[in-house]
Design a protein around this ligand. Structure first.
Ligand code: FPP
Length: 261
């Protein structure tokens, strides 16, 4: 996607010294970046604060990451906000998160409009409280015609449930005679996932040092490069994103083949 070189240079002015815009090749950026935003609770607890403060600080990191990806001209950014397993958290934290999702969307919608960001959601929104669902639906409607970066927010998302849902949709088409069983291939499944129409992520970033996928985009991340950083999500910033991209560009990607010499 196109980017504004002046706005990009301004965005990355005054760096920390160990990384700069010169460390990345703008012609070889990942087109889709995925992020597992982890460590909000630990960030808050380390400061003697309650976990919700970590989630609130995490919203600032998400905003900065969205703006940074827009400045870089990234095509798609996906972020894991709430898993199908996160309902097991204390009810107070779940309620707080659902409210935070709604207020965040209301507050950030003007940014999405200004930056031409198209919002999509990954996950089953039916189970969300009405307030959150209605705000999400308004966000979808207001950004549907946007042609810039796609922001895919995974909320009440679980990858196994997503793949099972795609299988159910395929089975229904086969049962109804709309599809021949022999024609069920990878594309038939992929186009029934929540990510239909999006390219697969090329770079997965996970914060807080955990080395697991936590049921996130199991299908779509088949060939993604992983970047795990000990930085907790509320401390993640544009410079850490640059480090992740520079690391991605240092990898040799073979997609199961061999590199032609
Ligand atoms: C993981 O930290 C983070 C979350 C469960 C929530 C992240 C959500 C946001 C930053 C806001 C997203 C906004 C919208 C509109 C969807 P954790 O609680 O698992 O941290 P811990 O591992 O330290 O306990």
């Amino acid at each position: 996607m196109r980017y504004d070189a002046d706005a990009l240079a301004r965005h990355f002015a005054d760096g920390p010294g160990d990384v700069s815009l010169a460390d990345v090749d703008m012609a070889r950026l990942p087109s889709h970046i995925s992020i597992i935003m982890d460590g909000n609770g630990r960030w808050a607890e380390a400061r003697g604060m309650e976990r919700p403060y970590g989630h609130m600080a995490g919203v600032d990191s998400l905003r900065e990451t969205i703006t940074t990806c827009v400045r870089l001209g990234i095509d798609a950014l996906s972020a894991y906000a709430f898993s199908t397993e996160n309902w097991k958290r204390p009810q107070r934290e779940v309620d707080m998160l659902m409210h935070l999702f709604a207020t965040t969307l209301v507050n950030e919608l003007p940014l999405f409009v200004q930056e031409n960001v198209r919002l999509v959601f990954l996950g089953d929104l039916e189970a969300l409280p009405r307030e959150t669902r209605e705000v999400f639906e308004e966000g979808l409607a207001k950004t549907a015609s946007h042609t810039g970066m796609v922001l895919a927010l995974a909320v009440n998302y679980g990858s196994r449930a997503e793949i099972a849902r795609a299988c159910r949709l395929v089975a229904a088409d086969v049962a109804a005679g709309r599809m021949d069983p022999g024609s069920v291939d990878e594309f038939a499944v992929a186009e029934r996932l929540y990510t239909a129409g999006l390219s697969d992520p090329e770079l997965l970033i996970r914060t807080s040092g955990e080395l697991r996928l936590s049921n996130f985009l199991l299908w779509q991340l088949a060939y993604a490069e992983f970047y795990v950083t000990p930085v907790l999500w509320p401390d993640f910033d544009r410079w850490e994103l640059l480090r992740a991209v520079a690391s991605f560009q240092g990898r040799e990607r073979r997609f199961g083949g061999v590199v032609q010499g």
